[in-house]
Design a binder for this molecule. Structure first.
Ligand code: NAG
Ligand code: NAG
Ligand code: NAG
Length: 288
C-alpha cells in the first residue's frame, strides 16, 4: 500500500503546487495567453512545447513502444504527454528561456523517462526502447512519503485539500491506466524540489539554481548531471560513482533525443555526475 499512498500524495501535492504557482504568477510579471496549452504566465510568452516538439518527434524518440515484446503497447501517446505538459508549461516547463532551452529541457526530461522505462538493454538499438513500460515512471517513488523526506513527509492535511478532482487522483492505479496522469506525475517530480535545501531538476537544468560554494566543492554544477543527482538521490547509486553503465545509459538517452530534435548538447562536466556528491545524502558522512 505504500506505493498507493505515495502516488496519491504526489498527485494531490501536484495540484496544490500548481495552484499556488498560478496565484503567484498573476500578481507578478506580464502574463501571456497562448491558449489552452499555456496561458496566464510570463513563461508562456516564450512559446509552447508544441511549437517545437511535434507528434513525429515523439514517434522518432519512442519507435518501439508498441513492439510485441513491449509491456505497455498502445499506452503512451504524444497527446498524453502534451496534455500533461500543459499543466506545467505555465510554471516554466519547456517554456523557460528560448526555444533551444525548451528543446533541451524536454529532451532531458524525456531522457530520464526513456532510460527508466526502457526494455532495450539487450536488443539492437538500445536507445529506441523508451516507454516500453508504464511502471516506475517517476524515478524513486519512495521519495514521496518516507522518513527521509523532509518536505513531503506524509502531509496529512494536503491529502484532503478540497477540490472536486481529487477523489479521482486518489486512485493511484490510474498511473498505470492513464498516460496523461502518469506523465503529470513524472513532470511534477521534475518540477518540484522533494527535499529541503534542494532545488528542482527543472531549476538546475534551466539555470535558475545558483550553486553555493559547497555545491561547487561537491562538483555539483547546473546542467543535466545535477538533474540525475536530484532525480535519483543516493538510493540508486547513479551519481558519485564514476562513469558507470547506469549513469551512462541515462546520458545516452538524453543525447540521442537531442540529436533527433536537432540540438547540440552542452559539453564538459555539467553533463555527467560521475564525481558529484549527492544532495542531502542520507548518511551524514558526506555533504552537510
Ligand atoms: C502506438 O500505438 C498508438 C496507439 O494505438 C498509436 O497511436 C501510435 O501511432 C503507435 N506508434 C507506434 C510507433 O507504433
Ligand atoms: C524568454 O526567452 C528569452 C530569449 O531567449 C529569455 O531571455 C527570457 O529569459 C525568457 N523568459 C522566460 C520567462 O523564460
Ligand atoms: C486521463 O486523465 C486525464 C486527466 O485527468 C483526463 O482528462 C482523461 O480523460 C483521462 N483519460 C482516460 C482515458 O480516462
Amino acid at each position: 500500500m505504500k506505493r498507493a499512498q505515495t502516488a496519491a500524495f504526489l498527485l494531490v501535492a501536484l495540484l496544490a503546487a500548481a495552484e499556488a504557482e498560478a496565484r503567484r504568477e498573476k500578481g507578478g510579471d506580464k502574463a501571456c495567453d497562448t491558449g489552452w496549452e499555456c496561458s496566464g504566465s510570463r513563461f508562456c510568452c516564450n512559446g509552447t512545447i508544441t511549437d517545437y516538439f511535434k507528434a513525429h518527434h515523439f514517434e522518432e524518440l519512442f519507435p518501439r513502444r508498441n513492439d510485441s515484446i513491449a509491456h505497455a503497447t498502445g499506452f503512451w501517446s504524444y497527446q498524453a504527454f502534451i496534455a500533461a505538459a500543459a499543466q506545467f508549461e505555465p510554471r516554466g516547463f519547456g517554456t523557460t528561456g528560448g526555444k533551444d532551452t525548451g528543446i533541451k529541457e524536454v529532451a532531458a526530461f524525456l531522457g530520464h523517462v526513456g532510460a527508466r522505462t526502457s526494455c532495450g538493454k539487450i536488443y539492437p538499438d538500445p536507445l529506441a526502447w523508451g516507454l516500453c513500460y508504464n511502471r516506475e515512471m517517476s524515478p524513486d517513488q519512495s521519495y514521496y512519503c518516507d522518513d527521509s523526506n523532509e518536505l513531503y513527509r506524509c502531509v496529512e492535511g494536503v491529502r484532503y485539500y478540497g477540490r472536486g478532482a481529487i477523489p479521482v487522483y486518489c486512485h493511484p492505479e490510474l498511473l498505470e491506466q492513464n498516460a496523461t496522469i502518469a506523465f503529470e506525475a513524472a513532470i511534477w517530480r521534475w518540477m518540484t524540489p522533494v527535499k529541503r535545501r534542494q532545488p528542482s531538476a527543472h531549476d538546475v537544468f534551466v539555470g535558475n539554481w545558483k550553486p553555493t560554494k559547497r555545491d561547487t566543492v561537491s562538483k555539483r554544477y547546473p546542467g543535466f548531471g545535477a538533474t540525475m543527482n536530484i532525480m535519483y538521490g543516493d538510493g540508486h547509486h547513479i551519481c558519485g560513482r564514476g562513469f558507470t553503465d547506469e549513469m551512462n545509459v541515462i546520458i545516452s538517452h538524453y543525447i540521442y533525443y537531442l540529436d533527433l530534435m536537432g540540438v547540440n548538447h552542452e559539453s564538459g562536466r555539467s553533463l555527467d555526475c560521475a564525481d558529484q556528491v549527492v544532495f542531502n545524502p542520507s548518511t551524514k558522512s558526506s555533504g552537510s
